[in-house]
Design a protein around this ligand. Structure first.
Ligand code: PHB
Length: 390
């Protein structure tokens, strides 16, 4: 980090490289941010998309030249994520970290981040505990919490006449938290969970045995969470094994993410899911974002792109507001509030988790592949008090 270096002690070219002019007209040092996402493993595509969204935001904000971005691959493995966080903080001396896709990795890095007092902007991982009992004033989440995305679907599905549900998810923190939040809300509304299963995370190739068991329980619907390459396999097998014909599939909306729904193909048509962002949101803010992201990447953005984008935008707001170091960035991040591509968003100061709309959407055939038809909007969803003492 260049924190202790006086610009005057450096040559002109070096100064030009390391300084940026902030809006107040004062010279600011070049800041370093660690981008800690999976670039390999089952969530590799998600990491790349977060990276692209983040870069778009800092380019748009005009701070890309004054931010040194250091990329590290978590491989979706908690011990690797923790080792990379050590490297970013001790060796690179970053001023902030963003990213983290897996709830397991987030749980692993939380205590280290908190003890080193380095601001972390969570750009995906939904682990409820990190904005609950294990919250930290150094951790702000601009993505979602697992409960926030799944809880609303419990009541919504019951209101639509679904009484018996079977749940399936990968066997790690996010899978359990998603199914718990959905199940609690569904049961509170009067529904019954007739069975549930957890599949080995990142290792399951064949969902057949789980789907056969689910079908035998004769539910009105099956509700699942899968993301990345596991989502593609699950959706395809749901169709090819013939379950889709008899039992409707509902999901945590990552299942049919815009990022990979076209790899799922017609098997994804008719899946009903809840999520905080789909690229078809009909607002000027979203239309502009979709156009900008398409111009940069050639494809429509997914929720992962918007999460990276909002992580970059919240960091840019902090820096442009005068934050210059770890402590001032951490203090500024929870003040983030604006109407962005996903709609109005703000950070709940009681938890440092985002407050945002949840959209229920149907995957339908569109002009050039599959698209998302929004069928309900549940506004301003915040987490219930969850044990956070900041
Ligand atoms: C998580 O592990 O929290 C997680 C991973 C991928 C998603 C959503 C949540 O798409």
């Amino acid at each position: 980090m260049l924190g202790g270096v006086k610009p005057r002690a450096l040559g002109g070219a070096a100064i030009a490289c390391i300084i940026a002019l902030n809006p107040a007209g004062a010279f600011a040092k070049q800041l370093k941010v660690g981008l800690l996402v999976p670039y390999s493993g089952v969530y590799a595509a998600l990491g790349k998309e977060i990276d692209e969204g983040f870069m778009l935001a800092i380019e748009e904000a005009g701070i890309a030249g004054s931010l040194n971005v250091v990329r590290e691959d978590t491989e979706v493995k908690p011990p690797v994520g923790l080792a990379k966080a050590h490297k970013l903080i001790l060796e690179d001396q970053v001023d902030a970290i963003t990213g983290i896709v897996s709830s397991g990795v987030l749980a692993a890095v939380r205590d280290y981040i908190d003890s080193e007092k380095v601001p972390l902007i969570v750009a995906n991982a939904g682990n409820d505990e990190i904005t609950g009992a294990r919250c930290s004033k150094y951790i702000t989440r601009v993505s979602f919490s697992n409960a926030q995305v799944n809880r609303p679907m419990g009541k919504w599905m019951h209101d639509r006449g679904i009484k018996k549900v079977y749940t399936i998810a990968p066997d790690y923190a996010a899978g359990h938290q998603d199914m718990d939040a959905f199940g609690e809300a569904f049961k509170a509304a009067g529904g019954e969970i007739v069975g549930s299963d957890y599949t080995p995370f990142g290792k399951t190739q064949d969902f057949g045995p789980y789907l056969t068991k689910a079908k035998a329980a004769n539910p009105d619907a099956i509700y699942v969470f899968y993301a990345g390459s596991e989502a593609i396999s699950f959706v395809k097998q749901y169709d090819s094994l013939g379950i889709k014909k008899s039992i409707p599939l509902y999901a945590s909306g990552f299942l049919t993410s815009a990022l990979y729904v076209n790899a799922e193909g017609p098997a994804a048509e008719g899946v009903i899911a809840g999520l905080h962002y789909v690229p078809t949101i009909d607002t000027p803010e979203n239309k502009a974002f979709v156009a900008d992201f398409k111009a940069k990447t050639g494809r429509a953005p997914s929720e992962y792109a918007v999460q990276g984008y909002d992580a970059g935008r919240s960091l840019a707001l902090a820096i442009k507001g005068g934050a210059t170091d770890r402590e001032s960035i951490a203090a500024a991040l929870p003040k983030t509030s604006y109407t962005g591509p996903r709609g109005p968003l703000k950070i709940d100061p009681a938890t440092n988790n985002i407050v945002q709309n949840i959209y229920v959407y149907d995957t339908v055939a569109g002009g050039s592949g599959l698209t998302q038809k929004i069928i309900a909007t549940i506004p301003n969803v915040a987490d219930a008090p969850n044990g956070c003492k900041m």
